[in-house]
Design a protein around this ligand. Sequence first.
Ligand SMILES: *[C@@H]1O[C@H](CO)[C@@H](O)[C@H](O)[C@H]1NC(C)=O
Ligand SMILES: *[C@@H]1O[C@H](CO)[C@@H](O)[C@H](O)[C@H]1NC(C)=O
Length: 355
Amino acid sequence: MTKICAAVLIFFTLELLWNQASGIKWLALARMSSVATIKEDKECNVLDGLVKKQKKICKKHVEMMGAVRKGAIEAIHECQFQFRNRRWNCSTVDASTIFGNVLHQGSREASFVHAISSAGVAHPVTRACSSGTMSECGCDRTVRGRSPAGFEWAGCSDNIAFGTAFSRTFVDARERVRKDREGSSSRVLMNLHNNEAGRKIIEENMLTQCKCHGVSGSCELKTCWRAMPSFRKIGYMLKEKFDGACEVQQKKAGSRSVLVPRSTQYKPHSSTDLVYLVASPDFCERDPKTGALGTHGRRCNKTSKAIDGCELMCCGRGYVTKKRVIIERCHCKFHWCCYVKCQNCKREIEEHTCL
Ligand SMILES: *[C@@H]1O[C@H](CO)[C@@H](O)[C@H](O)[C@H]1NC(C)=O
Ligand SMILES: *[C@@H]1O[C@H](CO)[C@@H](O)[C@H](O)[C@H]1NC(C)=O
């Protein structure tokens, strides 16, 4: 009897660890080349990193899976761009868990990855709808009629409502399962909040794009439509939210659990703010436990006082400087008509890397 209990206990502990370790496992789709060409729903079963609910969604919306995969790739790519000059550079550490252990803790970094990933699904799914090739969605037809500003709503407005709804179902699936099983742990609440924040950022920053009609662009008639900001813009906005992220803790409010600022000095976070539970490690040294790779060998900027500067990036260990000769185009001349002729010039540059 006790043996069975022990076995069951070990099984549940392992499963719990697995669930936490796996973080945003569906991002593993980024590594596959086959998703874009999934034609049959039974192929959903063999996709890496999906929980049962996500496999179900995959089967029901096979045609969307190419967009979901694109979302995973764009999210990782954007994260690496936004964090290229920081100690944690959004490196995808090992093959099985895309961000390794960095997502274990409810850190600021984890909050960003969750937000950019859920935005990462909403964005290309919405794009796919606008492309007119999807059977289950198209442009937003509710944007119609004459606006108070005197233009006509026309053309294809991005269907962000569909994109965010799809992202909510697909991306939040793991957390919803955990919530049903474990109740609202602070980590589940944190993930759900940050997932939603990523989607909200797109919704709140929809653009109005217009076109003029009439003789020689006189704009007698102006037609406009709603469009999403570029994913790069969303990346910048979420990075700003990362910089101002709010440290929170769980509190009971009646029968519900909510996240509130850890310090009473701060005002409550808004629905687009990122929230985190634990302070980040300093990421200076390699540490498998936190998923930090360390900053040995990283490039740094000798003159910068910010986090990309050698002092902070190298954590005070110092750096080495190497001189390198680069060849670049120079003394370019425009010749009539029409070509540009350049010379090759050699220039010596200094590169600094952390010890
Ligand atoms: C990120 O940092 C790691 C080590 O800290 C390094 O190996 C890797 O090349 C870096 N990635 C980028 C894109 O700079
Ligand atoms: C290094 O930092 C300085 C000051 O912030 C900046 O002006 C310069 O462009 C940076 N250099 C590189 C190569 O990024």
